[in-house]
Ligand binder design. Structure first.
Ligand code: NA7
Length: 504
C-alpha cells in the first residue's frame, strides 16, 4: 500500500489537468510545485511583454465545456497576467490546491524493485511512496543563466526573464542591458526601451520575428468560436501544429513551384495576418534550403524596410534557416531599434569577455549599465527532469540513461523506469505544437493507461527496448527530412554548453 496512487511533479497546465483527471478517475494524487502558485511557465515568465504566441481562443483547456464557455479572453494573444489568472481560475474551479504542495521542489524519485513502487522526496522533507509518478515538469522551466566570467561581481540588479520578480522591475531612469535576442527578449525589449533611460541589447544570433497584429478580441468572433467550440477544437487538432484552423489556408505548392508574384502575394497575406501561421503558406518551407531562403529573404526585406540605420538592419537580419529556431511573434521589436535610447551590440563579432561591477566588457569595449536582464532561455526539454535525482530499475539513474541525449517511447515513458510518465517529454510533438493540446493528449493517454492497469490488475508498465529504439529512430528520421537540425536551437539542446546535441 502506497501513500498515494500518483505523485504529480509540477502544477503548470500539465500538472493541473493531470491532477484533475486522476481525481475524476478515482486515483489519489499529490502534486508538488516549486512556485507558490499554479501556472508553471506562466507563473515564472513575468517579464514585461510576456505573451503567448498561440492565440488565446486556442491556448486554453477544452476538457470541460462549461470552463471554455465561461472564461473570457480579452486579446488575440493573451498576456502573462491573463494566462496566470486563467490558471488560478481553473485551480479554484476544480479545487485543485488542496492536493498541491507549493514552494516545494521534488529532489528525488526512486523505484523500489521489490515493491514496484516509487519513493519520492522533496526539499521540504516530504518522503512518500506512490505507485506512479507523472513528471509534469515543463519543457521551458529550467532557466539557462550563462556562465559569463564575473557575473556575480555586478553591483546592480540582474534578472532572468524566466525567473522574473513577482513585484515587477522599475526601469525608470536606468541604463539597462539585455543579453539575448530570443522570443522573451523580443517581447520584452520594446517595453523596456519605453521605460528605461537607455537600453543596450547584446545579440549573439539575430532572430526572425513576424508581427503579432495583436488586438482586443471582437465580441462577434468570441461568440462565433464559442458557439462551435468542440468543432473548432477538433479542426485545430488536425492542423500540423494543433492550432490555426481559422488561418486562411496556404497553397498546396512548394515555394519554388509558384511565380515570384504569387510567392510574394502569399507571404504578404500571411505577414498581414500575423503570427506563427506565417510559415504555413507553402508546403516545403521547412524542408528545402532554397525554398526556406526565399521566405527568409522576404522577412529580411521587411526588417530592412523598418529599421532606419542600414547597418543595424543588417545586424538584425537573421542568416540562419527561418523556423529552425522557433519563430518569434513581435509587437514593435524592429521599430525599437530606431529609438535614440537603444543600441545593438553584435557579440558574435565582439564577444562578451566578462561582467564587471559596473557593466559588460566585450572584447573591444565596455558598456556601463545599472541593470542586466538575462533573456538567455532555458535548459529546455530535459533540464527540469534531470534536475531531479530519478532512479529506475536496479538503481539506474535517468541522468546516466540520457547521458547521450534523451531516449523515450512517444515522449511518455522510458525503458527501465516503470510507472513513470513524462508529459510532453522529449520525443513527443510538445513544443512544436500548441502545448495545451499536446498536454491534454498526454494526460488523457496516461489516464486511460492507468485505468487499464487498475482494471486488469497490472502492477507496472514501461516501454520495451525495441519500441523505444524504433520510436527514437523514427523521430530522428522525420527530423532529418526537415531543416530543424540546421542551427543551434534549444530543440537540439545546442543553446546549453556541453549538452548533447539531439533533436528532442
Ligand atoms: P531562447 O529562444 O533560447 O533565446 C535565448 C537567447 O539568449 C538567444 O538569443 C541566445 O543566443 C541568447 N544566449 C543564450 N546564451 C547566451 C550567452 N551565453 N551569451 C549571449 N547570448 C546568449 O529563449 P527565450 O526565453 O527567448 O525563448 C524560449 C521559448 O519561450 C521560445 O522559443 C518560445 O517558445 C517561448 P543564441 O541564439 O543561442 O546565439
Amino acid at each position: 500500500m502506497t501513500d498515494v496512487d500518483v505523485v504529480v511533479v509540477g502544477a503548470g497546465f500539465a500538472g493541473m489537468y493531470m491532477l484533475h483527471k486522476l481525481r475524476k478517475l478515482g486515483f489519489t494524487a499529490q502534486a508538488f510545485e516549486v512556485g507558490d502558485g499554479v501556472g508553471g511557465t506562466w507563473y515564472w515568465n513575468r517579464y514585461p511583454g510576456a505573451r503567448c504566441d498561440v492565440e488565446s481562443m486556442e491556448y486554453s483547456y477544452n476538457f470541460d465545456e462549461d470552463l471554455q464557455q465561461e472564461w473570457e479572453w480579452t486579446e488575440r494573444y493573451a498576456t502573462q497576467p491573463e494566462i496566470e489568472a486563467y490558471a488560478n481560475h481553473v485551480a479554484d474551479r476544480f479545487d485543485l490546491r488542496t492536493d498541491i504542495t507549493f514552494s516545494t521542489r521534488v529532489t528525488s524519485a526512486t523505484f523500489d524493485d521489490d515493491t514496484s513502487t516509487w519513493r519520492v522526496t522533496t526539499d521540504r522533507g516530504d518522503d512518500l511512496t506512490a505507485t506512479f509518478v507523472v513528471m509534469a515538469t515543463g519543457c521551458l522551466s529550467s532557466a539557462n543563466l550563462p556562465e559569463i566570467a564575473g557575473r556575480e561581481s555586478f553591483e546592480g540588479p540582474t534578472h532572468h526573464t524566466g525567473r522574473w520578480p513577482q513585484e515587477g522591475v522599475d526601469f525608470t531612469g536606468k541604463r539597462v542591458a539585455v543579453i539575448g535576442t530570443g522570443s522573451s527578449a523580443i517581447q520584452a525589449i520594446p517595453i523596456i526601451a519605453e521605460q528605461c533611460h537607455d537600453l543596450t541589447v547584446f545579440q549573439r544570433t539575430a532572430n526572425y520575428a513576424v508581427p503579432a497584429r495583436n488586438a482586443p478580441l471582437d465580441a462577434d468572433y468570441i461568440s462565433d468560436i464559442k458557439s462551435t467550440y468542440p468543432e473548432f477544437r477538433e479542426a485545430n487538432k488536425l492542423m500540423i501544429a494543433a492550432f490555426g484552423s481559422r488561418i486562411p489556408a496556404g497553397t498546396d505548392k512548394g515555394v519554388l513551384e509558384v511565380s515570384e508574384e504569387e510567392r510574394l502575394a502569399v507571404l504578404e497575406e500571411r505577414w498581414r495576418h500575423g503570427g506563427l501561421g506565417f510559415l504555413g503558406g507553402f508546403v516545403d518551407a521547412m524542408l528545402f534550403p532554397e525554398a526556406n531562403e526565399k521566405v527568409a529573404e522576404f522577412v529580411r526585406d521587411k526588417i530592412r524596410g523598418v529599421v532606419n540605420d542600414p547597418e543595424v538592419a543588417e545586424l538584425l537580419a537573421p542568416q540562419q534557416v527561418i523556423g529552425c529556431k522557433r519563430l518569434c511573434v513581435d509587437t514593435g521589436y524592429y521599430e525599437t531599434f530606431n529609438r535614440e535610447n537603444v543600441q545593438l551590440v553584435d557579440i558574435n563579432k565582439a564577444p562578451i569577455q566578462r561582467i564587471t561591477p559596473t557593466g559588460i566588457q566585450t572584447v573591444d569595449r565596455s558598456y556601463d549599465v545599472d541593470m542586466i536582464v538575462f533573456a538567455t532561455g532555458f535548459d529546455a526539454m530535459t533540464g527540469a527532469l534531470l534536475s531531479i535525482d530519478i532512479k529506475g530499475r536496479g538503481g539506474e539513474a535517468l541522468r546516466e540513461a540520457w547521458a547521450a541525449g534523451p531516449r523515450t517511447y512517444l515522449g511518455l515513458g522510458v525503458v527501465g523506469f516503470p510507472n513513470l510518465f513524462t508529459i510532453s517529454g522529449p520525443g513527443s510533438p510538445s513544443v512544436l505544437t500548441n502545448m495545451i493540446v499536446s498536454i491534454q493528449q498526454h494526460v488523457d493517454w496516461i489516464g486511460d493507461c492507468l485505468t487499464y492497469l487498475r482494471d486488469n490488475d497490472v502492477a507496472t508498465i514501461e516501454p520495451t527496448q525495441p519500441a523505444q529504439d524504433e520510436w527514437v529512430e523514427y523521430v530522428n528520421a522525420i527530423a532529418s527530412f526537415t531543416l530543424f537540425p540546421s542551427c543551434n536551437s534549444w530543440y537540439l539542446g545546442a543553446n546549453v554548453p556541453g549538452k548533447t546535441r539531439v533533436f528532442m
